[in-house]
Design a protein around this ligand. Structure first.
Ligand code: PMP
Length: 402
């Protein structure tokens, strides 16, 4: 008998051999909402194994905020636990529309549209625009890369955060391109592994020179800058960026993604983006939670607490002798060798601090790092504990001189 099945065990073994096997970590390692690592300020549970998590994208600490939790409950009671169908069928509710109005107001755009996830927003939007040519930053998120793969476009990858390289690549493409080609320049704003920020103003200028559209992914920036907006708002570029995309799952403590832009963009996407059209509307509790989290992010000044913590951590780590990359709330501590990064992260964890090592293939060989992501709810004691852990662990594994 012939064998037409899939040998997934074999595939997993190959991954194992190549050191590419992933495993799900128990929640204690990644989620501050679990009993082992409760929200640093809100947690009342005192387990021996409690760890402080410096590895969550819940940047504003809103995932355990009682106002956000109550908003999710209210949405559940008024509309239900699930939308029940695509928004275009019977899954549209007043809550979805209210959230979209709030996002549009915050992003200073005509309209916004929410998707089942940030991943779905990127993939669906890029595919739906059907660009002829895409200019994509070398370190863009996987969901942008996958969106590009779904198009027939020629994708040109430009050097990370390098406007000169983008301009040069646009110039040489212009020499051969059909004049009516439609071009999309796409970039993350805050890059999640390097913690750096795209030079948006320059990217806008280049896109304008070539009449291209600029699309930005504000997944790691939404809620953290001016008036709860992202880098686009901080730089005053709301009316120069054509597509502002982001997620509701990080600082906004919920689930789902959004695209904000012109009325025509939103109207087109809700007709054409397959990840919107053919997927069930966002679950009402997620909508309710995101709306309340966005309100708090806009009205409350807790983002300033986050930025203060970031400054204390960066200064403290650098004073010890660590090299800290980037210029955002994400603090990648450069270690170099993967085994050293793994060992350091283990030692740091023995001190009660969870911050993961990031190694190849996620980052290039020789640039392994530990990624620290603080939250607005970390207090000074938490921050001191984190610094102490990095100091002791760094000395014991020999990363810092004794
Ligand atoms: N873009 C970026 C830059 C991200 O980091 C992520 C999440 N890791 C996404 C998009 C996808 O967002 P979501 O988790 O909502 O699918």
């Amino acid at each position: 008998m012939s064998e037409h099945g899939f040998d997934l065990r074999q595939r997993l073994e190959t991954r194992e051999t190549n050191d590419l096997r992933r495993t799900l970590e128990p929640a204690e390692a990644v989620d501050p909402r679990t009993r082992f690592a409760p929200d640093p300020r809100g947690g009342s549970v005192d387990f021996d194994d409690e760890k402080l998590v410096f590895a969550s994208n819940n940047y504003l600490g809103l995932a355990r905020d009682s106002r956000v939790q109550r908003a999710a409950e209210r949405a559940t009671r008024s509309v239900g636990t699930g939308a029940g169908a695509s928004r275009l069928v019977t899954g549209d509710t007043h809550l979805h529309r209210a959230l979209e109005r709030d996002i549009a107001e915050c992003k200073r755009t005509e309209r916004a549209l929410v998707f089942p996830s940030g991943y779905a927003a990127n993939v669906g939007t890029i595919a739906s625009l059907e660009p002829d040519r895409i200019f994509s930053d070398a370190l863009n998120h996987a969901s942008i890369i996958d969106g590009c793969r779904l198009t027939d476009a020629e994708t040109v990858v430009y050097d990370h955060c390098d406007p000169d390289d983008l301009a040069a690549k646009c110039e040489s493409a212009a020499a051969e391109a059909d004049p009516d080609e439609q071009w999309l320049v796409v970039t993350d704003t805050v890059f999640s592994m390097d913690g750096d920020v795209a030079p948006l103003e320059s990217l806008c200028a280049i896109a304008e020179t070539y009449g291209a559209w600029l699309m930005v992914d504000e997944a790691h920036a939404t809620g953290l800058f001016d008036d709860g907006g992202g880098v686009v708002q901080r730089e005053g570029l709301s009316d120069r960026v054509d597509v502002q995309m982001g997620t509701l799952s990080k600082a906004l403590a919920s689930q789902g993604g959004y695209v904000a832009g012109s009325d025509a963009l939103v109207e087109y996407l809700l007709n054409d983006a397959r990840s919107f059209v053919y997927s069930t509307g966002l679950a009402p509790p997620a909508v309710g939670a995101a709306r309340e989290a966005l309100r708090i992010a806009r009205e409350d000044d807790r983002r300033n607490d986050l930025w203060e913590t970031v400054e204390i951590l960066r200064d403290g780590l650098e004073a010890m002798g660590y090299e800290v990359l980037g210029s955002s709330q994400i603090l990648p501590v450069l270690i170099g060798e993967r085994d050293l990064a793994i060992e350091l992260a283990e030692r740091v964890r023995e001190h009660g601090i969870v911050a993961p090592p990031i190694r190849p293939p996620t980052v290039p060989e020789g640039t392994s790092r530990i990624r620290i992501a603080p939250m607005a709810t970390h207090d000074r004691d938490d921050v001191d504990a984190c610094l102490e852990a990095f100091e002791d662990a760094g000395r014991s594994v020999g990363v810092l001189s004794r």
